[in-house]
Design a protein around this ligand. Sequence first.
Ligand SMILES: *Cc1c(COP(=O)(O)O)cnc(C)c1O
Length: 411
Amino acid sequence: MNVAPDPKSIPQGTLLSLEANKAAALATATGVLTVDLDAIIANWRKLEKTAVPAECAAVVKADGYGCGAEQVARALASAGCKTFFVATLDEARVVRAAAPAAAIYVLGGFFQNTGDAYAKFDCKPVIGDLNELAEWDVFCRRSGWSGGAAIHIDTGMNRLGLTVTEAQGIIPRINAGDHGITLVMSHLASAEMLNNPANARQLAAFREIASLFAGVPASLANSSGIFLGAQFQFDLVRPGCALYGINPTPEADNPMLPVVELKARIVQIRNVERGDTVGYGGTWTARRPTRIAVVSAGYADGYFRAASANDGTRGAEVIVAGKRCPIAGRISMDLMAVDVTDLDKNAVRRGHWVTLMGEGITADELAHHFGTIGYEVLTSLGKRYARVYKGGSATADPPAPPPAEPGATTT
Ligand SMILES: *Cc1c(COP(=O)(O)O)cnc(C)c1O
């Protein structure tokens, strides 16, 4: 359910205002996910400043890391972002509609039968294999399409990309001109580890091969790579996670603003006697007379079962009435139990909202409890939440004042 409705989807003359539509959606929602587009824009601007003079692109794959690729791309395009990276052609279609003038690169690469879609959405494949390149060339020759492509070179990750030797093989083509290659890139495997020697090795390998791609813009850094220093930034940087508030420098404080807030509703409050257990398997025992708030979110909403609390192991915390409270027992599919004994009785009521992410609980903190990384926390965010978008109406430049009407007086 999306409560930031596409204006086109609201019938003309509808009786419900946007606000009323939103309120109606929230009334039935068990959870509300708020995405702060202004925070995403501020994060992008911060990365752009850090990387200047390199261009700052935006990676919006996996539905904008779970935040909504369409909304994120529209907001960032209006803030001045000119290049987007997605994983799939379906994602490219969404971003193309939101950012009509942007360059869009598709990281997942090219297959022969997808050429028409590349032309239709005017997006560029990130080519990481010589067979792919040959098929792309055939498509371009046959169709006359000249929308450009990136060459991905593997410098140590051993995932996608031409080997350095293969990349050397296409240098004559670059030198011959009219090659249709608009970007040469590689990807860092360990950029979030400042002192990992693999970073310097990948940098050296990329610098050497990229220098042979004369006149072709080069790109190496993801979010964390931007913070490894100017020598990693080349002509274009490709941040993803940092845009969405994940800490790109896990060994230091998070320089980014939080973006996602997630709330769920208390559906019931119950008293549990000392010695009673809570939840599936009875793995959590009340050590005192306990008040439990049962909250309407569970692992089917992307709140991982790994965050459960059992006797002897603390789980994650949620914020109830401004205070952190521990989870009690196992996370269920649609529900979780929270120990609210320490709160003032009147502060917690059925129907109140509790905060699962936000108010200081970060995606990175949840990732710690979920046994994963912030990326997976965000891309796992459930489909059942009502989604609310805040802000995002920025423009690249302040609009020029309207021309004065002839004869108009100024006051
Ligand atoms: C996902 C991805 C990025 C963005 O990485 P973050 O760590 O989220 O900033 C950049 N480049 C490539 C090739 C990617 O696959």
